[in-house]
Design a protein around this ligand. Structure first.
Ligand code: TYM
Length: 335
């Protein structure tokens, strides 16, 4: 708890541009939850350097993503929006938790296996250790709830295991967090290959919708999206992955249930269906794009937010960390 409310923590890597998958799987839920919880929404830049980044592009992506958080509707006065690398307590707790995490646990992580295949020339220790830093992010703030997409479920389970292990040795130090994975939008798939998830790092840009894509580009990508040889708009992810993905996107952006969407598009043909999905996404993203453009001209405001929120995050993190330091037996710092 912080004050009278439970705590939410979540984060996103500033590696490239934010996708519709990130938006619908995570940010859209963050927005809904922001007034009922005390929320920390972090930009996890230290996680992003587990794969090589071009420094100039990385810095720009880091700046843009903070403005995209705000443009998407996160209130920076209410929520603590900040950069992971600005609060060194994340790294410090991560080191301590490393000593409570087993190699076997980390080598079972699906994301590690996938990323080390994809970046076989750079299988660094950070990539292996990525989930421990994520556990530190979450546990540092005594988090109750972690809203994420489906792909983060395994990392969350590991976070809970590490916290329980630590607590069983030292007493109740960490809150055990729960995951919050939305019913719709939790796994948005690639438009040209709906059997794999939509991902920032996809080389085929027709697979992904970027939050900042031009409306014409968005419409084109939806028109080209892969469906199937039938002509029936029906939700069946196993046999009709393309159509089901588009239905999931439409449901997430309009707030209608899948059944309502199926009815709306009964007998409508795939061409019209894809156009309607594209239009609904454009209508959702246009106000975000406009607000983002306004924020880009407001550097002082953005800087004041960064400064204030870093201090707020740091104050909470310091409390947890000093408890942890005491528990493991470090000699107290002389101030
Ligand atoms: P990242 O940056 O890969 O993704 C950010 C969020 O977007 C979700 N997501 C998706 N949801 C639905 N469909 C998709 N195709 C899709 N692609 C991505 C992710 O599930 C995530 O919620 N490890 C995290 C970042 C992180 C974090 C944390 C999250 C670091 N520390 C602590 C929560 C709590 C990640 O890689 O996110």
């Amino acid at each position: 708890m912080i004050g009278d409310k439970k705590v939410i923590f979540s984060g996103m890597q500033p590696s490239g541009f934010m996708t519709l998958g990130n938006y619908l799987g995570a940010l859209n839920n963050w927005k809904k939850l922001q007034y009922d919880y005390n929320c920390l929404y972090c930009i996890v830049d230290m996680h992003a350097i587990t794969v090589r980044q071009d420094p100039a592009k990385f810095r720009k992506a880091g700046r843009d993503i903070l403005m995209q958080y705000i443009a998407s509707g996160l209130d920076p006065e209410k929520n603590i929006i900040y950069y992971q690398s600005h609060v060194p307590q994340h790294a410090e707790l991560s080191w301590i938790l490393n000593c409570f995490t087993y190699m076997g646990e980390l080598s079972r992580m699906t994301q590690f296996k996938e990323k080390s295949q994809k970046h076989s020339d750079n299988i660094n220790a950070g990539l292996f250790d990525y989930p421990v830093l994520m556990a530190a992010d979450i546990l540092l703030y005594q988090t109750d709830l972690v809203p994420v997409g489906e792909d983060q479920r395994q990392h969350l389970e590991l976070t809970r295991d590490i916290a329980e292990r630590f607590n069983s040795l030292y007493g109740d130090v960490f809150t055990i967090p729960e995951g919050y994975i939305g019913k719709v939008g939790a796994r948005i798939m690639a438009l040209q290959d709906p059997t794999k998830k939509m991902s920032k790092s996809d080389e085929n840009k027709n697979n992904t919708i970027a939050l900042m894509d031009d409306p014409k580009v968005i419409m084109n990508k939806f028109k080209k999206a892969i469906t199937d040889s039938e002509n029936e708009v029906h939700y069946d992810p196993e046999n009709k992955p393309g159509v089901s993905n588009l239905l999931g996107i439409y449901s997430a952006v309009t707030g209608k249930t899948i059944e309502e969407c199926e009815k709306e598009f009964a007998n409508c043909g795939y061409g019209n269906f894809k156009t309607s999905v594209g239009e609904a996404v454009v209508a959702n993203l246009e106000p975000i794009q406009k607000k983002f453009a306004d924020l880009q001209n407001n550097k002082d405001y953005i800087e004041s937010i960064i400064k204030k929120n870093t201090e707020r995050a740091s104050a909470i993190a310091t409390k947890t960390l000093s408890k942890v330091r005491k528990k493991v037996g470090f000699v107290e710092k002389i101030r």
